[in-house]
Design a protein around this ligand. Sequence first.
Ligand code: 7TS
Length: 407
Amino acid sequence: MSALDVLSIRKDFPILTQKIREKPLIYLDNAASSQKPDSVIDAISNNYRFDYANIHRGVHTLSQRSTDSFEGAREKVRVFLNAESVKEIIFIRGATEGINLIAQTYGRSNIGQDDEIIITAMEHHANIVPWQILCEQTGARLRVVPMTERGELILDDYRSLFNSKTRLVSIAHMSNALGTVNPVAEMIKTAHSHNVPVVLDGAQSAPHMTTDVRALDCDFYVFSGHKLYGPAGIGVLYGKQALLEAMPPYQGGGDMIRKVSFQKTEYNDLPYKFEAGTPAIADVIGLGAAIDYITGIGLDNIAAYEDDLLRYATEQVNQITGLRIIGEAAHKGAILSFVLDGVHPHDIGTLLDTVGIAIRAGHHCAMPVMDFYQVPATARASFAMYNTEQEIDVLVSALKELIKVFR
Ligand code: 7TS
C-alpha cells in the first residue's frame, strides 16, 4: 500500500468513529457524498460563532472578517484548479447548478436551431437534462458519444460526431456509475481543433485527482463541495474569463449589479456578475478548509492510495461467484459498481446496512448507463482516502454471507 497515514486521517473524521447497528461504520458511499474532517466542521462553526455577517457590503468588522475569509476561499479554489484569475471562480450550489448555469447563459446565447451539443453515454443526469431543456428551448440536438461494454468511450465515434453544427461538448471527467476516467485532455484537443468549447463535469474527479484547468485547457469546469470533504450546497463553476465576460447573467439580484435604475441595470464585474443574492458564506469558508485539508495530504498521494484500494477491492470481489462488475475501464477511479446473480441491488444495500456497511444501490442518476448494461440498478461501493483494506475484507465477507441467504 502507498504511503498515506490512514489511521491518522481517520481520526480527523468524527463521524467514522461511530457504530451502526453495533458494528463499526464502514462508509463506502463516497461517490454520493464524502464525510467531513474536523477542520471543515470547525471552519463553518467558527464563522457562525465568531465572524458571521453578510459579506461585501458592510463596513463593520464582522462583515470585513467574513468577506476576507470568503474571498480567501476563492483564492484557494483558484490555486486548487490552477485557474489564472479569481474572476474565473464562481460560487454556485454544486455541479448541477453549474451545468444549468452554462446551459442557460452560454447555451441560450450561442446555441440555436439545429445546432448540436455532444455529451457521452455515461453522463450523470445533471449533464444530460440541462442540455435537453436547452434543446427544447432552442431546437438544438444532443449527440451522444457511445461506449464499449467495458465502459470506455469510443473515441473514433466521438471524432466523427463533429460537424459545422457542433457548438459545445460537455463530458464527465470521471463517471459516477462506472468509475471510468475519460481521456479528457485528448477530447478537449479534438473539440478545440473544431473551435468547439468544452465543459468538464468534475463532480467525481475533483476529489480523486489533481485538476489543472489550464493544462487541460477546458473552457468550463464544475465541481461540488460535498464530494470533496466539504459542505453540501456549495460548489464551483470555473470558466475562461473571456467566455464568462461575454455571457449574460444567470440570475438577477444583489451582488451581481453595479448600478440599478428602472431604465437600465449595469452588471457587476466577474465573478460577482454570476453571484446574485447572499451566498452560502460559511459553506464557502468550509470549502476553503476542505481544500486546505486535501492539499495538506496531497491529491497525488490520495490518488495513489485509492488506486491500490480499488485494485485490492476488484481482486477480492472478482472471487465471488455470480458477481459481475459494471465498468471495467483500464483507467478507473475508486468506484466499484456491481450486480449479484439472484439478488436485487437494493437488497444488497439494505442487508449490508444491517452490518454497518454503507453502500449505494440504484441507478446513480445515470439511467442511460443502466439501460446500456440492461440492469435496473447496481450496487456501488465507492472509496475515499479514509477507507482501508480491512473494510474491504468486511465488505467481501458480508457479500459472501448475503449470497448464502439468497441461494
Ligand atoms: N456529475 C456527476 C458525475 C455526479 O456524480 C454528480 C452527483 C453530479 C454531477 C451532480 O452533483 P451535485 O452535487 O450537483 O448533486 N453524483 C451522485 C452520485 O453518484 N450519487 O449521488 C450523487
